[in-house]
Design a protein around this ligand. Structure first.
Ligand SMILES: Cc1cc2nc3c(=O)[nH]c(=O)nc-3n(C[C@H](O)[C@H](O)[C@H](O)COP(=O)(O)OP(=O)(O)OC[C@H]3O[C@@H](n4cnc5c(N)ncnc54)[C@H](O)[C@@H]3O)c2cc1C
Length: 392
């Protein structure tokens, strides 16, 4: 019998995990993993923690080989009916199954804010998503005679963690957020308040503010806030979250809707699957949600591969996917830990004050837990999350 040929689009957390899962059933399955042209698969979590602060070179973020064939050739688009993948070099390849794991791209500022001032091209305004972003930040910081004043635009985990990293490296960090209490929707109010206290002990904050304009000057950048106030810095980093980044025909901001097995929702028989930052989970009770965390993307990649094996008669039904992975982040000397996913509409309830543990519930059922300096307790919660909302 000829092997099942699988194209895995993307070589990050989800793609690598899918490839490893499929390699375990080689030679019945043969997988090609696509990365962007010229790109070595890398661990994106090290972009800020390693490369931007000069601790690691880009090469040191390389992911270990999966054993699957790596094709460094950007995917331009897919013909879903023919299961054909069109790549930048002009070739097209046909597969028995396709796993889309192309991740996400960073939100940036609107053209109304950027105006004609090409702040992104100067490097003084940057996103923090790619290795190129990270080396740009590293080089800007290194070019300054002393420590820098860095403006972080955003409020989530990336903003908090990057503020902490830069502040520990001796830079003066100011946080600019539209929210008056950044992180409330993802960590809950109690933890968001504690994180804010930690930041305010080290740097300035501009909360509940909207950015009206960005102005670059030869030696600094100004962020113009509502009311006309200006905040000046050497560098500004946009940390406004991400959008899914799928190849055509899904290349809008909507991502790829998947069912509970991570099959393409509109055509579950088509043997096309999506996993990680590109996948939109549409749940009858929880609504639509997307998760952009490393361990969860890896779990989704492995799950999509197991569904594919099941659909080809090479494995058991893996069941419905449950978002119960954990993450940790070091913020100003404290460990923020989370498990599960606080789906839109979930409410946060403080269940322990010392250590701080917040339980996120949807219709009374636990969907996520977040804690400060209590990794073990959060890990204990993980298997208890998202049970009621799983269709099997
Ligand atoms: C700076 C930073 C720090 C982070 N830190 C953490 C952390 O500490 N903990 C945590 O849990 N999460 C963290 N995250 C989030 C985490 O990195 C992502 O959630 C995770 O990488 C998502 O995995 P993925 O496989 O969906 O996408 P990725 O890992 O981004 O992989 C996508 C892959 O697809 C490739 N690709 C995209 N388009 C194409 C195309 N058209 N053709 C070919 N290849 C393509 C990309 O090049 C890449 O190889 C961080 C993110 C950033 C930006």
């Amino acid at each position: 019998m000829s092997p099942v040929r699988v194209g895995i689009l993307g070589a990050g957390a989800a793609g690598a995990a899918a490839a490893k899962t499929l390699q375990a059933v080689s030679p019945e399955v043969q997988a090609d993993v696509f990365a962007r042209t010229g790109e070595q698969p890398f661990n994106r979590t090290l972009v800020n923690k390693g490369v931007a602060i000069g601790l690691l070179s880009p090469e040191q973020t390389a992911l270990p080989e999966t054993g699957a064939a790596l094709v460094s050739d950007t995917v331009r688009g897919i013909d879903p009916r023919a299961r054909q993948v069109h790549i930048a070099s002009g070739e097209s390849r046909t597969y028995d199954g396709i796993i889309i794991a192309t991740g996400s791209r960073p939100h940036t500022l609107g053209e109304d804010v950027l105006g004609r001032n090409d702040a992104l091209a100067t490097g003084k305004l940057t996103t923090l998503h790619s290795l190129t972003d990270a080396t740009g930040i590293r080089d800007q910081l290194a070019a300054l005679p002393g420590s820098a004043r860095v403006l972080i635009l955003g409020a989530g985990v990336l903003a908090a963690e990057t503020s902490s990293l830069l502040s520990a490296a001796g830079h003066d960090v100011a946080l600019i957020s539209r929210s008056t209490l950044p992180g409330t929707s993802v960590f809950g109010e109690h933890i968001a308040k504690k994180l804010l206290d930690l930041h305010q002990a080290r740097g300035a904050t501009y909360l509940g503010r909207t950015i009206q304009a960005v102005r670059t000057h030869p030696d600094h950048i100004s962020i113009v806030l509502d009311g006309g106030d200006r905040v000046e810095g050497d560098l500004a980093i946009i940390a406004h979250g991400t959008l899914p980044a799928a190849p055509s025909p899904w290349n809008g901001p909507e991502g790829i809707p998947v069912d509970d097995r991570l099959r393409l929702r509109q055509a579950p028989d088509q043997r096309i699957y999506a996993a990680g930052g590109v996948a939109i989970h549409e749940h009858p009770d929880l609504g639509a949600y997307r998760i952009d965390h490393w361990d969860d993307a890896a779990a989704q990649g492995a799950h999509a591969a197991n569904t594919l094996l099941y659909d080809h008669g090479l494995g058991d039904d893996p069941g419905a996917y449950r978002p119960v992975s954990t993450f940790t982040s070091s913020i100003h000397g404290h460990i923020l830990a989370g498990a599960g996913h606080p789906t839109p509409g979930s409410t946060a309830r403080l269940i322990s004050d010392d250590p701080t543990v917040v339980l996120h519930e949807h219709a009374g059922a636990p969907v996520a837990a977040t804690g400060l300096d209590t990794v073990a307790l959060i890990h204990q919660w993980a298997p208890r999350l998202h049970h009621q909302h799983t269709q099997n």
